[in-house]
Write a protein that binds this ligand. Structure first.
Ligand SMILES: C[S@@+](CC[C@H](N)C(=O)[O-])C[C@H]1O[C@@H](n2cnc3c(N)ncnc32)[C@H](O)[C@@H]1O
Length: 310
């Protein structure tokens, strides 16, 4: 785990604090603790007696955060679990409702920078798992999935044509020897993408690597279930939640899930709403908020969604 030198300010913290408006005694649920940047700032305001349920499925992140949170003692409870298990976690903690909830999606910077985790272009493994550094799933998919399955995974973040080129290149290379690291994978992808088709200054393997990471960690299914679970956990009439997202697939899932929970039904918006519709939340962000210019380098792609329990 990279040391504290790799800490950066939590994304959109000022906006998060403004919306959540933490008060002494409020119960906090942090679904994605990371290095506790958001949690620390919120816990400072909920003062001495506001409990916190703090979740991260990465044991290394949780251990690093625990040190930073030592001053909060028994007020906080840490859970090394998938945030989709929030209902069970709340029951175990003996807490019925959350006043404040935050979900800061995706990987944390220390995970990205740790070459052994296999997330980056310099990675020395193909683990790509946030929950378990020894998870063989991503390596299995990349080295064994049939070409059509690779294409379909890749299509989640890019065009049909690119997906086909990249899937073919991966299959060609792995016929000779297994692909063993994310740096090797990034090179194979970069070489497969014709230069004329490359976009902007991003590494040419960015979108393809994101597709494998999302697939290996089931990030979109988890995000949808997580947003639903947070909304369910909020104190009726008062609890507020913030969701921070970083790419268009996360934006869409979060926006649609909050819209559905706010309408209280699954019927498409152009059809009449059913009489028994039961909204769970109301959206507090007509459009997602964007980071200020000051945050443009570290959190450029961040978009903030917020809702309040009805
Ligand atoms: C962007 S970081 C959070 C950073 C944090 N807000 C801070 O201020 O330090 C996301 C964290 O969520 C965790 N995470 C992602 N998906 C998760 C899931 N389904 N369940 C639990 N933790 C998850 C990751 O391991 C990572 O540590």
């Amino acid at each position: 785990m990279p040391p504290d030198g790799h800490l950066h300010a939590p994304c959109m913290l000022a906006e998060t604090l403004k919306i959540l408006d933490p008060q002494p005694g409020d119960v906090l649920v942090d679904m994605t603790l990371g290095l506790a940047g958001h949690a620390t700032a919120i816990l400072e305001k909920t003062a001495k007696d506001g409990p916190g349920i703090l979740i991260d499925w990465d044991a290394a992140m949780l251990a690093a955060a625990e040190k930073r949170l030592a001053a909060y003692g028994d007020r906080i409870k840490l859970f090394n679990r998938n945030f989709t298990e929030l209902p069970q976690i709340m029951a175990e903690a003996g807490i019925e409702h959350a006043d404040l909830a935050i979900l800061d999606a995706g990987v944390a910077l220390p995970q990205l920078l740790d070459t052994q985790r296999g997330f980056g272009f310099q990675g020395t493994s193909l683990a790509m798992s946030m929950a378990d550094p020894n998870d063989p799933r991503a390596a299995d998919i990349i080295n064994s999935a049939p070409e059509p399955q690779l294409r379909s995974i890749l299509r989640s973040t890019q065009s049909e044509h690119r997906s086909k080129l990249i899937a073919k290149a991966i299959c060609r290379v792995r016929q000779r020897k297994p692909i063993e690291s994310s740096s090797e994978l990034a090179e194979i992808i970069a070489a497969a993408v014709p230069k004329g088709r490359r976009k902007s200054s991003r590494h040419p393997a960015t979108a393809a690597m994101l597709a494998f990471r999302i697939f290996a960690n089931q990030e979109l299914d988890n995000l949808q279930a997580g947003v639903e679970a947070m909304a369910e956990a909020l104190r009726p009439g008062a609890g507020r939640m913030v969701v921070l997202t970083y790419h268009s697939l996360e934006f869409r899932i979060t926006r649609d899930t909050i819209q559905r929970l706010a309408s209280g039904h699954d019927i498409p918006p152009w059809l009449p709403a059913p009489a028994d519709a039961k909204p769970l939340v109301r959206s507090l962000t007509k459009r997602p908020l964007k980071p200020s210019d000051a945050e443009a380098t570290t959190c450029r792609s961040c978009r903030l969604f917020a809702a309040q329990a009805v």
